[in-house]
Write a protein that binds this ligand. Structure first.
Ligand code: MTE
Length: 320
């Protein structure tokens, strides 16, 4: 894959086209537009469609968690119009424009695999399983932009505990809905749908790993992964699967969508690490959306105190 012109975010930032798989990259129309996408998006007012869908959201308050950062939050408008959700298009502005076709109710989540108590949850039941908390997390995308967002949900461990993992369970796999009628971009084989992500069981059980239903005190908008998504703040954003319909505990390491698409560039772990460059760009710095300056990227996205012990003795260059 050839190098592309530098992105508007700065010379050390990959052009957004660079993260995309070959099929997308080869689409010249897409490439030309993507190179300016972030700069243009953050300058635009919310369009009428986004305002309409925002008006339909329900309040979803949560008690502020001590796991929250007190850094300045990214404006809600940026969080809901600059998204990656390839099922609705590969431009950063596509999900905000297109994801209104997602039907978020009724919604069920199947929990299965290496557990003693497999169960299919209606979304309302899942929502009430544990007290909701507001978790203000730093989020770092592999494309070198970052946000600080107040998510609403509870630790995924609350759910995992209730379904009782068997002694064989070592990984947790998350599968996104894949319905071509609701997700028009599935016809473009950008990834091997459905979108699948996974964590090691101890990562999934870590208190920071959030089963997330809301953002900024309201239910999630479709572009943010409504009605339920995962949020793993010490990993690059691609590890946080959206609009989840299945959670499966497994004995063997699942093959995730990005690793399948490009194993050299996207490892299973996806931990934020400024010392391990992506093969085609540095991960040393990031552009905080809504803030002018570039920031140094921190190991494990600044959550090293809480999560570094999960990787004790591991070569993080090899297990990237
Ligand atoms: N989940 C699904 N189903 N499809 C996607 O394309 N993109 C991932 C992740 N989860 C993605 C997904 C990537 S690359 C990122 S950076 C985050 O979602 C973006 O989340 P945000 O739009 O809430 O910032």
């Amino acid at each position: 894959m050839a190098r592309t012109p530098s992105s508007p975010l700065g010379s050390s930032t990959p052009a957004p086209s660079e993260i995309t798989p070959e099929t997308v990259f080869q689409d010249r129309r897409h490439f030309l537009s993507m190179t300016g996408a972030l700069a243009i998006d953050s300058a635009l007012p919310l369009d009428a469609l986004a305002q309409d869908s925002a008006a339909s959201l329900r309040a979803l308050p949560g008690k502020v968690s001590p796991l929250s950062t007190d850094e300045k939050k990214t404006p809600w408008e940026d969080a809901i119009r600059i998204n990656n959700f390839y099922e609705f298009g590969t431009y950063k502005s596509d999900p905000a424009r297109n994801a209104h076709t997602l039907r978020t109710a009724p919604w069920q989540v199947v929990v299965e695999g290496e557990i003693h108590k497999p169960k299919t949850f209606d979304i309302d039941e899942l929502l009430k399983l544990a007290p909701l908390e507001e978790r203000v997390y730093r989020m770092r995308c592999v494309e070198c932009w970052s946000m600080v967002l107040p998510w609403v949900g509870y630790s995924l461990s609350e759910l995992l505990r209730r379904v009782e993992p068997t002694g064989n369970a070592k990984y947790v796999e998350f599968t996104t809905l894949a319905d071509p009628q609701q997700m028009p971009e599935l016809k473009n084989k950008i990834l091997d749908w459905p979108y699948v992500e996974a964590l090691r069981l101890d990562e999934a059980q870590h208190p920071l790993t959030l089963l997330c239903f809301g953002l900024y005190g309201k239910t999630l908008l479709p572009q943010s992964g409504a009605p339920v998504r995962i949020v793993v703040p010490w990993k690059y954003g691609f590890k946080s699967g959206k609009s989840i319909v299945k959670i499966r505990l497994t004995e063997t390491m699942p093959t995730t969508s990005w690793t399948r698409a490009n194993p050299r560039e996207y490892g299973f772990y996806g931990n934020v690490n400024p010392q391990v460059s992506h093969p085609r760009w540095s991960q040393a710095t990031e552009q905080r959306l809504g803030k002018g300056e570039r920031l140094d990227t921190l190991l494990f996205n600044g959550y090293a105190d809480q999560v570094a012990s999960l990787y004790a003795g591991m070569d993080l260059k090899k297990f990237f």
